[in-house]
Design a protein. Structure first.
Lengths: 648, 84
């Protein structure tokens, strides 16, 4: 199949063109050894099928970030597996001079090339008219296609041009002695770029049919969005609204998904004969699948909001006003949105770091994102605050429980920034740190682009993270269901003797509690007790810490199982039972010290396999999720220990 | 002759040279070659980063990057010319 590489500057509508050409026939894959995704699609036109390779948007073929490196690697090497047969280059008609630099570099590679002149309608409104035949005259052998990808004008013609067989006719190059310069020889590159611009400036009067130069003025929107007061206020209000939306809306579909999977498990258990298979499916696989899908509403809603902010052009302004504030921590304005998103859920937060072009900064953002307290921690925090923090007011106005909750969130933010500062010193990179960011014009969002990206993100999450989540769910289920058989039997038999004195409901909940206690996970929980004792935790907490790895909120469910609390009035019953819990010396287990210590543990510990799976996907290696789990685990242990010491 | 970082909002200047730096070639690629007329559109709170109009588009950069760009003021009478 013929392969065409799609190239162009950022913000030229390349994504729109790619989506228009390939529709839903898109596939995300990997370039070996590179963190940037390989995006390909199939263009079907009449009887032709063409593979379109969407390469990252760049200003030059010379790489300026790790992500851009792939463009250089492919185009420099004709024996590269992804070396294209033809090129299609998107050129923004409103900004022809800068766009022609990349185009002329690509033209000089000698491959058949199509110039896709996009947004000429916008250009016309701004007083710019491009003469396409002058373009064809100055770049002999090219095909020019005018499109307006936003509304779909010119797409069919473009498809026809791309499907046509083209001959590789030798042609003169745009500049006299072009060659692909070594990527590190920036001095030679600069010289060549100047040379190209000189030539472009010469042909520009011919290409521009007319251009009414009007001095660019500050738009009134920019005066407000980057204003020292209004700018921050608008950013703050936008974020607040997004969080409101996520917390108020996402819980509905999340509850439906939860309920649907519980029903499905019940239904399947009735269908299948009792046994290991039925238990595996209803206890391991179905809840595992549910555990994947339940994240989707939050992820999609967050990306819908971020997508709108990005498409309209606002995001660049947010980066602009936040940049200086983030720099002391080794981050830039680009890290702000991923980090704040992580306060809802670290999964979309980590995925959103993809807009950070600098690898070191992106890696630091990924590594510290899960320190932001996400929504899954909230049930744990509220349970424990209700348990150990008195319902009193400080100075008559400040609610102590509320203050604790605030302190936990603050601790998360503070630690994320501090860790970023520390990691900055440890992670070595040869990339330079700079900010050269184009500020796109404000425009209405292209909904089809937003929905395509949502579809893509959902697919990536379900397939890539889903595999890991289902696998670990099955493992956790097996560990929590099975135990050494004689041990399980003995415990069950002991309980059976008391069966007559218990109601069937009491018996059932006692049975599941005893089973969990004697399962492998129960045994591990008990065996780690000496390790977690200095933090003020007992083996029951130990078990819940282990099961929490599926997702932090599972803590509450595990606690209910261990303390044999009935499903009804779960929370109140659980708090009462936990309050009465005594250790072997007759002292209460949940004191201010141990409760706070446990909350602090949840602030720091990396107990989310979904996030780990996504970090693995984004960094393309298990190295970083492993480092992340270790450093967060160390922090959790140390900070809990200090908390316990201070408060006891 | 002064640095771009020393310019005020609304000032219209011409690039006359770039300091030798790692980002020099990238600045040229972005259109900041000698002779290019640019102007400062707005600055972020605390004065950093800054947004610069480069021909037909707006580029934001930190003061650090703007320090590498040497400029001089241009004659204001030359604007609003029509090519074609």
């Amino acid at each position: 199949m013929k392969k065409i590489a799609l190239l162009g500057n950022p913000n030229t509508g390349k994504t729109s063109i790619f989506n228009r050409l390939t529709g839903l026939n898109q596939h995300i894959g990997n370039f070996p050894g590179v963190t940037v995704d390989k995006k390909t699609g199939i263009l079907k036109n009449n009887n032709h099928s063409i593979e379109i390779l969407d390469l990252p948007g760049t200003y030059s073929i010379y790489p300026r970030s790790k992500d851009e490196q792939i463009v250089y690697d492919i185009l420099r090497n004709p024996s590269h597996a992804e070396y294209p047969d033809e090129l299609a280059v998107i050129v923004d008609a409103t900004n022809i001079e800068r766009n022609l630099l990349l185009f002329s570099q690509l033209y000089d590679l000698g491959l058949p090339i199509t110039l896709v002149l996009n947004m000429s309608d916008v250009a016309f409104k701004r007083g710019i008219k491009i003469n396409t035949s002058a373009l064809e005259k100055n770049f002999p052998g090219i095909q020019v296609c005018e499109t307006n990808a936003r509304v779909g004008v010119g797409i069919q013609q473009l498809k026809d041009v791309l499907s046509k067989e083209k001959q590789n006719i030798p042609r003169n190059t745009f500049i006299v002695t072009p060659s692909i310069i070594d990527k590190d020889d920036t001095i030679a590159q600069e010289k060549e770029s100047r040379f190209r611009y000189d030539k472009i400036k010469k042909i520009l009067p011919e290409i521009l049919e007319f251009e009414i130069k009007n001095q660019r003025k500050n738009s009134w929107i920019d005066k407000v969005t980057v204003h020292p007061i209004w700018g921050y206020l608008i950013f703050f209000i936008l974020l607040l609204s997004i969080f409101q939306l996520i917390f108020s809306i996402a819980s509905f579909p999340m509850d439906w998904i939860d309920g649907a999977f519980v029903d499905l498990a019940t239904y399947v258990s009735q269908l299948l004969p009792e046994g290991v298979l039925s238990e595996l499916i209803t206890g391991g696989i179905i809840p595992g699948l549910g555990g994947v899908l339940v994240f989707l509403p939050q992820i999609l809603l967050l990306f819908l909001c971020l997508g709108i902010l990005d498409e309209t052009g606002y995001m660049a302004r947010a980066v602009f006003i936040m940049d200086k504030l983030m720099r002391p921590f080794g981050l830039s304005g680009r890290s702000v949105v991923p980090l704040i998103s992580s306060a809802a859920c670290a999964i979309p937060g980590v995925m959103a770091t993809r807009t950070i072009s600098q690898w070191k900064e992106r890696l630091i953002s990924i590594l510290v994102a899960p320190l932001m307290s996400c929504s899954a921690r909230l049930p744990v925090y509220t349970l424990l605050t209700a348990l150990v923090i008195p319902k009193k007011n400080l100075f008559g106005i400040i609610n102590l429980q509320g203050l604790t909750l605030f302190a936990l969130y603050f601790l998360g933010v503070f630690s994320a920034l501090l860790m970023a500062f520390i990691l900055k010193k440890f992670i070595r990179t040869d990339e330079k740190t700079y900010l050269l960011l184009e500020m796109p014009d404000y425009k209405p969002p292209r909904w089809s682009n937003i929905f395509m990206s949502l579809y893509e993100k959902a697919k990536v999450f379900i397939w890539e993270a889903g595999k890991v989540i289902v696998l670990i769910s099955i493992l956790l289920w097996a560990l929590a269901t099975y135990g050494p058989s004689n041990r399980m039997k003995n415990a069950e038999n002991r309980l059976k003797k008391q069966k007559s004195s218990l109601s069937s409901e009491e018996y059932e909940s006692k049975l599941s509690s005893v089973k969990l206690e004697n399962s492998y996970i129960g045994i591990i929980g008990k065996s780690i007790e000496p390790i977690i004792q200095p933090l003020g935790f007992d083996w029951k907490i130990g078990i819940s810490l282990l099961t929490s790895f599926a997702a932090r909120e599972v803590f509450v469910g595990s606690m209910s199982t261990i303390y044999t609390v009935h499903q009804q009035d779960e929370k109140i019953g659980l708090i009462q039972t936990m309050k009465n819990e005594k250790n072997k010396y007759g002292e209460p287990v949940y004191t201010l010290a141990s409760g706070l210590s446990l909350m602090v543990f949840y602030v720091y510990a990396m107990q989310c396999m979904a996030t780990l799976a996504i970090v693995k996907r984004e960094t393309k290696s298990w190295k970083w999720p492993l480092i992340q789990t270790l450093y967060m685990g160390f922090l959790a242990y140390a900070m809990s220990y200090f908390t316990f010491i201070i408060f006891s | 002759m002064k640095k771009l970082s020393q310019c005020k909002i609304g000032e219209k200047v011409q690039v006359i040279g770039l300091s030798l730096s790692e980002i020099q070639s990238q600045l040229v690629e972005l259109g900041l070659y000698e002779g290019k007329e640019i102007s400062i559109l707005y600055k972020a709170p605390f004065g950093d980063p800054i947004a610069v109009s480069v021909g037909e588009y707006v580029l934001s950069m930190r003061v650090f990057e703007a320090d590498q760009i040497w400029v001089e003021n241009v004659n204001i009478n030359e604007e609003d010319s029509v090519i074609g």
